[in-house]
Write a protein that binds this ligand. Structure first.
Ligand SMILES: [Fe+2]
Length: 276
């Protein structure tokens, strides 16, 4: 289910596989290491101790919250990420992206401070209703399997009950702007998994980059760990996939509109528009 890759030989085959549920893991490159190093360097300005043991600090949640805020949407990180996309032969000239985000998942599963928390089960497409969406995710420090990303691949083509029919991205964004965090950041599950549901715990090293369809059902792991997890993520949508109707299946999203406005062109910053 997770395929190792270093270069996209054939864009059409790559995208078809992606939208059929294949999860790709790109091998490390000088650029991907440069990105990790530059994020770590920036972190060091604000927090000089070991990232793995951030949770042992007395004011860990405060530090995490401030780090996330400081590191969010930095042009320098985005520029290196663009270089990575070019290097792996991903066409950036028709590529829209959302914000470049650094996330901190606390070692203790129940600790949650805004974006510094373990994430519940969801599909990213539940938030946007755009099935051409591609997720890029990479660890910054070494992670262990008790604090990693989990996929539920059986559900890529199978519906699961959720709150998309009543969730609204605009309400969430509005509240977040006001500093109110009482609205769920994504739609939520309304049923339990079937017994024997297959799970994939991602095993990945800093420098490697995971690339998967935004339709994949996934979550953070829920066990307590000894390591605080630092990772970065960004989502892209390619214009050609919209034009060619190349996308993942919608099996259970009931949002009544799409939210292209969170995506901007990676070069000229114009908002993505999807005409219906
Ligand atoms: Fe997600």
């Amino acid at each position: 289910m997770i395929e190792d890759i270093s270069f996209i030989d054939n864009t059409k085959n790559f995208k078809q596989s992606l939208f059929q549920g294949i999860i790709f893991k790109f091998s490390p490159s000088d650029k991907s290491i440069e990105l990790i190093d530059s994020i770590k360097k920036e972190i060091k300005f604000h927090y000089a101790n070991n990232l793995d043991t951030l949770h042992l600090e007395k004011n860990a949640e405060f530090i995490a919250k401030n780090l996330i805020k400081t590191l969010k949407n930095q042009d320098s990180f985005l520029n290196i990420f663009k270089e990575i996309l070019k290097e792996i032969n991903f066409n950036i000239n028709e590529c829209y992206r959302d914000k470049f985000v650094v996330r901190i998942a606390p070692a203790e599963s129940n600790k949650a401070t805004y974006e510094a928390s373990r994430i519940g089960v969801h599909r990213d497409t539940w938030g946007t209703n755009i099935f051409q969406q591609v997720n890029w995710w990479a660890p910054i420090n070494s992670l262990d399997k008790s604090n990693t990303l989990i996929f539920y691949p059986d559900y890529f083509n199978k519906p699961i009950k959720n709150t998309t029919s009543s969730w609204d991205l605009d309400i969430y964004l509005k509240k977040r702007k006001l500093g109110e965090f009482d609205y769920p950041s994504a739609p939520q599950l309304l049923e339990d998994f079937h017994t024997n549901t297959k799970i994939i715990r991602v095993d990945i090293e800093p420098g490697e980059i995971l690339c998967f369809s935004g339709s994949h059902l996934h979550s953070s792991s829920k066990e307590n760990s000894n390591i605080s997890r630092f990772s970065y993520e960004i989502r892209t949508v390619s214009q050609s996939d919209i034009d060619n109707n190349l996308k993942a299946p919608n099996v259970d999203c009931e949002l009544n509109r799409q939210y292209p406005k969170i995506f901007r062109h990676i070069n000229h910053n114009q908002k993505l528009k999807i005409s219906r």
